[in-house]
Ligand binder design. Structure first.
Ligand SMILES: Cc1cc2nc3c(=O)[nH]c(=O)nc-3n(C[C@H](O)[C@H](O)[C@H](O)COP(=O)(O)O)c2cc1C
Length: 291
């Protein structure tokens, strides 16, 4: 049941909460987060592999990925991954799909320094071409990166460290490509991290598209009777405002629609339009609303 955020709100002042509480609220709210499965090596060449969901893409030219190994909230210690990238400024960021999510989680166990998580998690190291840390063979996309910079966000428990990684090479499993050699979103089977132990899986059923024309009318340009409709939802208004121009109605179409709507209240017309919008038929919904 969707919650109406306007009804009542819990407002948090982080200064009054413990670092654990702050982390919990942030991780449940800022979700789902993609997972970087990061392999690094220390100065002696020992390999480490750990997942980080404080992770995203920040630039395509130069191609920059950023992840954040934070100081442990529990005891303020730093993670091996951070220590390693300070010693050897390289990493491989492997993308996590559903088939490897349990092994990824296993690799997050806090093993002693020098323990190779590839072995612990039962994953296969694959030699990289430009950097020392190996790739994860099971991962559908692997980025070989050089670490440009590490930005420390503090020295208190929970403080992040932004590892700014520039992609040198990207490897993509052919199994996730379409006929044109592009990544097929439906084949990636991404998983993402949410709060606590929650994860989500991007299945073909959970994917949807949102059309985005270059210029749009905007919700503010909608007639008041539509904007203030008791039937149309925020998503419906977004769909109606997300068109470059209103559809043209032929005299014939107008006559048919007028007949269809004869005797209907404006709420009933909005309900019909809503059904069309929920099916993705935006132009048809607009035509109905224009009569
Ligand atoms: C899916 C997943 C995502 C995680 N994301 C992060 C993260 O973004 N930052 C972080 O500091 N720890 C994160 N962790 C916890 C680390 O993986 C864990 O502390 C790990 O032991 C660090 O390993 P290391 O000391 O070998 O680098 C995550 C764990 C999992 C399972």
């Amino acid at each position: 049941m969707p919650v109406n955020p306007k009804e009542s709100m819990l407002t948090l002042n982080f200064a009054e909460l413990s670092p654990q509480q702050v982390q919990m609220f942030l991780q449940y709210a800022v979700a789902p987060r993609p997972i970087a499965f990061v392999s690094t090596t220390d100065a002696q060449g020992q390999v480490n592999l750990s997942p980080f969901s404080f992770f995203n893409l920040f630039s395509s030219n130069p191609p920059i990925l950023v992840f954040s190994p934070a100081r442990r909230v529990r005891n303020n210690t730093t993670k091996h991954t951070l220590d390693n990238v300070m010693q050897v400024k390289e990493c491989v960021i492997n993308i996590v799909n559903y088939d490897m999510v349990q092994q990824t989680s296993l690799a997050s166990t806090e093993y002693a320094l020098g323990v190779n998580e590839f072995k612990k998690a039962g994953l296969t190291p694959l030699a990289s071409e430009r950097v020392k840390p190996p790739r994860v063979k099971e991962s559908p996309v692997q980025f070989e990166c050089k670490v440009r910079e590490v930005i420390s966000l503090g020295d208190t428990p929970g403080a992040g460290n932004l590892v700014i990684a520039e992609v040198l090479l990207m490897h993509i499993a052919e199994a996730v490509l379409d006929a044109e050699g592009k990544i097929d979103q439906q084949k990636m089977d991404h998983v993402a991290r949410l709060g606590g132990d929650w994860y989500s899986r991007v299945t073909p059923e959970s994917l949807f598209k949102v059309a985005k024309p270059l210029t749009t009318l905007g919700v503010d340009a909608l007639p008041e009777a539509i904007r203030l409709s008791a039937v149309l939802t925020g998503n419906n208004l977004g769909q109606l405002g997300n068109v470059e121009q209103l559809p043209e109605l032929s005299a014939e179409e107008r006559a048919v629609l007028e007949q269809e709507c004869a005797g209907l209240s404006s709420e009933e017309v909005h309900l019909k339009a809503k059904q069309l919008l929920d099916k993705g038929s935006v132009a048809e919904a607009w035509k109905l609303l224009l009569v």
